[in-house]
Ligand binder design. Structure first.
Ligand SMILES: NC(=O)c1ccc[n+]([C@@H]2O[C@H](COP(=O)([O-])OP(=O)(O)OC[C@H]3O[C@@H](n4cnc5c(N)ncnc54)[C@H](OP(=O)(O)O)[C@@H]3O)[C@@H](O)[C@H]2O)c1
Length: 159
């Protein structure tokens, strides 16, 4: 199964340069709860951003894949050069954790979405790509401290 997790504000803002535009401890906790025992996929930019935060500490995931078109070597992650082949053929449960480019490329393969709606407008310059949310059905919705934690699953096609 391929899941995706992200937080976005009322304008679908997700980033400010290569950082999150906000600090919501409840959302960070939610992200940790859904990724700490998971195999995650991220883009090189998101990996670099996490490394500035964790520095020499290990990344807080079970296993990490990093997508990068260029040749690359990561001491604590597995390089994915052919992203589409990876998404099409992986038999692992994967959680896609960003950023914008990798979300956009992974969306057609996503079975489940964990979206945190930030009920405000923040400053930033990176937006989640527009997509058709009607292909997914809402299966869980929790509202807490100006945030909505929503979970969606892809609608099954019976054709
Ligand atoms: N709000 C949230 O929940 C959230 C979560 C995560 C990230 N973010 C935000 O997202 C932003 C970063 O997004 P981003 O789009 O700049 O970076 P990104 O998605 O993290 O990384 C892009 C990387 O993907 C690689 N790539 C592109 N196409 C590929 C393909 N077909 N196969 C393999 N690799 C491929 C590129 O490699 P090359 O360099 O070789 O071209 C590039 O390094 C930041 O602002 C961050 O804060 C927000």
């Amino acid at each position: 199964m391929i899941s995706m997790i992200w937080a976005m504000d009322e304008n679908w803002l997700i980033g400010k340069d290569n950082l999150l535009p906000w600090h919501y401890p409840k959302d960070l906790q939610y992200f940790k709860d859904h990724t700490k025992n998971a195999t995650v996929l991220m883009g090189d930019m998101t990996y670099q951003s996490l490394k500035t935060y964790y520095k020499t500490k290990p990344l807080p995931f079970k296993k990490s894949y990093v997508a990068n078109i260029n040749e690359a070597h990561y001491i604590d992650a597995i390089h994915v050069k052919d992203l589409f082949n990876f998404l099409k053929t992986t038999e692992e449960d994967i959680v896609v954790i960003g950023g914008k480019t990798i979300y956009q490329l992974s969306l057609p393969y996503a079975d489940r979405l964990y979206i945190t709606y930030v009920l405000k407008r923040h400053e930033g310059n990176v937006y989640f790509p527009s997509f058709d949310l009607s292909q997914f059905k809402l299966i869980e919705k929790i509202m807490e401290d100006g945030l909505i934690f929503a979970v969606y699953e892809r609608k099954t096609s019976w054709l």
